[in-house]
Design a protein around this ligand. Structure first.
Ligand code: GLA
Length: 737
C-alpha cells in the first residue's frame, strides 16, 4: 500500500496490492479531477487521461466555454449550479438564499493510519494497516472548506472515502446535499448490479444495462430498507463470478441513501453515493463542520466473486468489532416462531430444558415480555417486565436458564413507541410527528424522536436497567417500522431538515453506549427481518437478522444476495419449523440445517413440539456447526450456482485461506426426471493439491473420493440426482498434505 504525490504531474496515486486510484490537479484554478481507478499501474504520468489537452480545454485557455469544461471534466467531487449539469455531490444555500459551489484544491496531507469519523461508523485500521490522503479543497466565495478523505489498507484492495464540510465564513450556510463519493469514468457498456426486495425477500440481486440517463437505488424511509440497498456495482458485460472487471460502492450508513449511475452524452458515467438529499437540509453555523458518512469503493479484475471476497475480508478485519468479532457465537434458540406473544416463564423453561439437552447454547426471549404486550398493538416504550407473564421475574428466569448451562438473550425495540403505552400517554410529543397532522401508524406504532437527548437517555436508561437486572448476554435490537411524518417537536424550524440524519446519529450513539457499557454483550441488529442490514449497523453488531423469512428455499436467494457483499459470519440464520410460517413450504430438516449453516446458525421453533425425528437430528446439526464454524466464518466464499437464476439448484463453497479444506453446500431445490448427473465446477482450490471428500459416508451416490484441485475447478465434479425436492448435501474436501 502506498500513497504518493507526484508534484511535477500534480498527480496523487493510491496503490493497494492490486489496484491504483489516481487523482489529478489541473489548471490555474486547481480543479480536482479523477484520472483512473482499476488494475494497479506502475506509471504516474497519467494526467492525459483527464483529456485536458483536448477541447473544450481548461478554463484558463477557454473561459468563453467554461460550462463545456465543467460539464465534461471527470470530477473527483462536484459542486453545483455553475455549469456541471451532471449529478452534483454538494449543494448549499447561503443565508442570502443563493446556491452554487465550486471546489479548488488548496493543500493535502498524507499520513499513516485512518482517523475515526466522529459519531459515525467507519472502517478502521492502525498506522501499520492504513494510509490516508486528505485533500483540502475550498470554495473561497462561500468560505467553505471541503475535506476529501481517502484511506487504503495494507491487506485489502478497498478504498474508504468520506467528506467533511467546514463553514469558515461568518454566516450560517445550509447544506442541502452532501454526498460522500463520486467516481467519473469512461463508460464501457457497463451493467449495474443492485439489491432489491421487500419484507421477507430482502436483497434479491438485479443486473441491468447502464442506460443513458440516470439509474439509481435509494431509500427515503429513514433506514437502509428492505426495498433497496445502499450498494451498487458496475461491471463489464462479460464479467462473470470468476473473471472480469467490476467496481462497487457500499455505504457505511443506516438511513436514507442515494446510489446512482448517470451515463452521459460523452460516453462517460458518474457514479455517486451518499445521504439522500430528499428532506435533508443541515444548518452549518460559522466554525462548525458536517461529517458525511463513509463510502467503501472496490475494484476487482477477478469478477463478482473477487469483489465479494474483498468486501468480506474488509468487514471481518476492519469493520466488525467487539468481543464476538472472531469468537464463536453461541447456538441460540429464539421463541418468536415458537410462541409469538403467547408465553410465560414455564413455557420458556420447557423450551430451554429440551434445548439444553440437545446442545443448544442460548435461549433468546423475543417480543412480548414487557408492559402489557400480548399482541403488537401496545406497550412499546414501557420496558418493564410483565410479571404476570414472567412469574418470579426476569432474574429468576435467567438464573434458571443459566443453571441449565445456557446463556440468556432478550429482544428490544428501543426506537419505538406504541400510542397505547404509558410512555406515550406521558409524552405524546416524544414521537416523530408533524404538528397538526395525525401521524401515519405502521404496525400500530410511532417512532420516537431520538434527536432529543432527553428521549434517547430515557430509553437507553430503561434498556440498561433491564440488562443490569439479570445475567443477559445477548440483545436483539429490532426496528419494525419505517419513518414517515418527518417532524420534531424538539428541533427549531430551520433545523427540521436535520431530523432524519440526527435520528441515525442518535441510534449510533445509543448502540455505542450499549456496547461500551456492556462490552461482553452479543448484539444482533434486526429490522422487520433484514431492513437494516448495512455496514453501518455491522460496526455495532457482528451479526444482523437476515430476514423474517426462514424458509430454506427462500433463504437461498436472500442469503446469496446478502453474502455477495457481507461475510457469512454476519448473517443471522435459523432452522425453523414446517410448514414454514411465511410460505407454508415443507422442507427436510437436514436441508434447513445446511442452509442455516451459512449464517450464524440457531433455531426458531418450539423444540418441545416438533416431530421426534426432527428433534433427534439437532445434536448432529449442533456437531456440524461446531465442526465447520471456523471454516465458514473465516474462509473465502464462492458462489457456484444460484437457484434464483437456474430455478433448479443452488451451490456455494467456502475455502480455507490456506486452501487446506473446503465446504461445498449443494441444494437440489427441484428434482428432474431422467437426467444424468449435474457437472459442477469447484473454484478456489489449490490446483496442484489432491483433495479427498472427507465425509463421503454422507454422500454414498458419489463413488470417487479423490480429485485434484485443478480437475475440480476446470473439469468439475459430477453430482448425481437426489431423490425428491429440497434435498441438501454438504461436501467436505480436505487436501492431502
Ligand atoms: C420483527 C423481527 C422478528 C420478531 C418480531 C417481533 O419482525 O424481525 O424476528 O422479533 O419483530 O415482533
Amino acid at each position: 500500500m502506498n500513497i504518493t504525490y507526484h508534484e511535477k504531474n500534480r498527480v496523487f496515486k493510491l496503490d493497494t496490492e492490486r489496484t491504483s486510484y489516481c487523482i489529478g490537479i489541473v489548471d490555474e484554478e486547481n480543479f480536482v479531477g479523477h484520472i483512473y481507478y482499476g488494475r494497479k499501474l506502475s506509471d504516474d504520468n497519467l494526467g492525459y487521461l483527464m483529456r485536458t489537452g483536448e477541447p473544450p480545454f481548461v478554463p484558463s485557455e477557454n473561459n468563453r466555454d467554461r460550462t463545456s469544461f465543467l460539464d465534461s471534466f471527470p470530477m473527483e467531487y462536484t459542486g453545483n449550479n455553475l455549469g456541471d449539469y451532471r449529478e452534483s455531490t454538494l449543494s448549499v444555500r447561503t443565508a442570502g438564499g443563493h446556491t452554487g459551489v465550486s471546489l479548488s484544491y488548496v493543500a493535502h496531507h498524507i499520513y499513516d493510519g485512518k482517523p475515526a469519523l466522529e459519531g459515525l461508523p467507519a472502517t478502521f485500521g492502525d498506522r501499520t494497516e492504513c494510509k490516508t490522503l486528505e485533500l483540502v479543497c475550498e470554495d473561497k466565495i462561500l468560505g467553505l472548506q471541503v475535506l476529501l478523505s481517502y484511506s487504503i489498507f495494507a491487506d485489502n484492495d478497498a478504498i474508504a472515502r468520506s467528506v467533511r464540510v467546514v463553514n469558515q465564513s461568518g454566516e450560517p450556510v445550509y447544506l442541502t446535499k452532501v454526498l460522500s463519493a463520486c467516481i467519473d469514468m469512461d463508460n464501457d457498456e457497463y451493467e449495474m448490479i443492485t439489491l432489491h426486495g421487500s419484507w421477507a425477500r430482502e436483497r434479491m440481486i438485479q443486473t441491468r444495462p447502464v442506460a443513458l440517463g440516470k439509474q439509481s437505488v435509494s431509500s427515503v424511509r429513514g433506514e437502509s430498507s428492505h426495498q433497496e440497498h445502499p450498494f451498487m456495482a458496475w461491471k463489464q458485460k462479460h464479467t462473470t463470478e470468476e473473471a472480469g472487471d467490476i467496481y462497487g460502492m457500499h455505504f457505511v450508513y443506516s438511513g436514507n441513501f442515494l446510489a446512482q449511475i448517470e451515463a452521459g452524452q460523452f460516453g462517460t458515467i458518474r457514479a455517486v453515493m451518499g445521504i439522500h438529499p430528499e428532506n435533508f437540509c443541515w444548518k452549518l453555523e460559522p466554525g462548525e463542520s458536517f461529517q458525511a458518512p463513509e463510502v467503501i469503493c472496490v475494484y476487482s479484475s477477478e469478477g463478482i466473486g473477487g469483489m465479494t471476497r474483498n468486501l468480506h475480508d474488509l468487514y471481518r478485519n476492519h469493520l466488525i468489532r467487539g468481543e464476538y468479532k472472531d469468537k464463536k457465537r453461541p447456538i441460540l434458540i429464539n421463541n418468536w416462531e415458537a410462541t409469538y406473544f403467547d408465553f410465560n416463564t414455564e413455557k420458556l423453561l420447557d423450551i430451554a430444558r429440551q434445548a439444553s439437552r440437545l446442545g443448544i447454547e442460548m435461549l433468546v426471549m423475543d417480543d412480548g415480555w414487557f408492559g402489557e404486550r400480548n399482541d403488537d398493538n401496545t406497550s412499546l416504550g414501557d420496558w418493564q417486565v410483565n410479571e404476570s407473564k414472567l412469574r418470579g421475574g426476569l432474574k429468576y428466569l435467567v438464573d434458571e436458564v443459566n443453571k441449565l448451562g445456557m446463556k440468556f438473550g432478550i429482544w428490544f425495540e428501543p426506537e419505538m413507541i406504541s400510542p397505547d403505552s404509558r410512555l406515550y400517554r406521558e409524552h405524546p410529543d416524544w414521537a416523530i410527528a408533524i404538528p397538526g397532522r395525525t401521524g401515519s401508524l405502521a404496525r400500530n406504532q410511532y417512532v420516537l424522536d431520538l434527536t432529543r437527548k432527553e428521549v434517547r437517555d430515557y430509553v437507553y436508561d430503561m434498556v440498561a436497567a433491564v440488562l443490569h437486572s439479570a445475567n443477559i448476554e445477548y440483545v436483539k435490537w429490532d426496528m419494525n417500522r419505517q419513518l414517515s411524518d418527518i417532524g420534531s417537536y424538539g428541533l427549531p424550524a430551520d433545523r427540521q431538515g436535520e431530523l432524519l440524519h440526527r435520528q441515525v446519529l442518535a441510534l449510533y450513539e445509543m448502540q455505542d453506549r450499549l456496547t461500551r457499557e456492556f462490552p461482553g454483550l452479543l448484539l444482533e441488529n434486526c429490522s422487520g427481518g433484514g431492513a437494516r442490514f448495512d455496514p453501518g449497523m455491522l460496526y455495532y453488531s457482528p451479526q444482523i437478522w437476515c430476514s423474517d423469512d426462514t424458509d430454506a428455499v427462500e433463504r437461498l436467494s436472500i442469503q446469496a444476495g446478502t453474502a455477495m457483499i457481507y461475510p457469512l459470519s454476519s448473517m443471522g440464520a435459523h432452522v425453523s419449523d414446517c410448514p414454514n410460517h411465511t410460505v407454508g413450504r415443507t422442507t427436510p430438516f437436514e436441508t434447513r440445517g445446511y442452509v442455516a449453516l451459512a449464517g450464524t446458525f440457531g433455531y426458531e421453533l418450539d423444540v418441545t413440539k416438533i416431530p421426534e425425528a426432527d428433534r433427534a437430528r439437532i445434536p448432529d446439526q449442533v456437531a456440524m456447526y461446531h465442526q465447520y464454524h471456523d471454516l465458514v466464518c473465516q474462509g473465502d466464499y464462492y458462489r457456484i450456482a444460484h437457484y434464483a437464476d437456474n430455478h433448479f439448484y443452488d451451490c456455494y463453497e467456502v475455502v480455507a485461506k490456506d486452501k487446506s479444506e473446503a465446504l461445498i453446500t449443494y441444494i437440489q431445490v427441484l428434482n428432474r426426471p431422467n437426467y444424468h448427473s449435474r457437472r459442477i465446477r469447484i473454484p478456489g482450490l489449490a490446483p496442484d493439491k489432491t483433495y479427498v471428500i472427507a465425509n463421503i459416508q454422507d454422500w454414498p451416490e458419489i463413488r470417487q473420493t479423490e480429485y485434484r484441485g485443478d480437475t475440480l475447478h476446470y473439469a468439475g465434479l459430477n453430482i448425481p440426482p437426489l431423490w425428491g425436492d429440497f434435498q441438501g448435501r454438504l461436501m467436505h474436501l480436505k487436501a492431502l498434505s
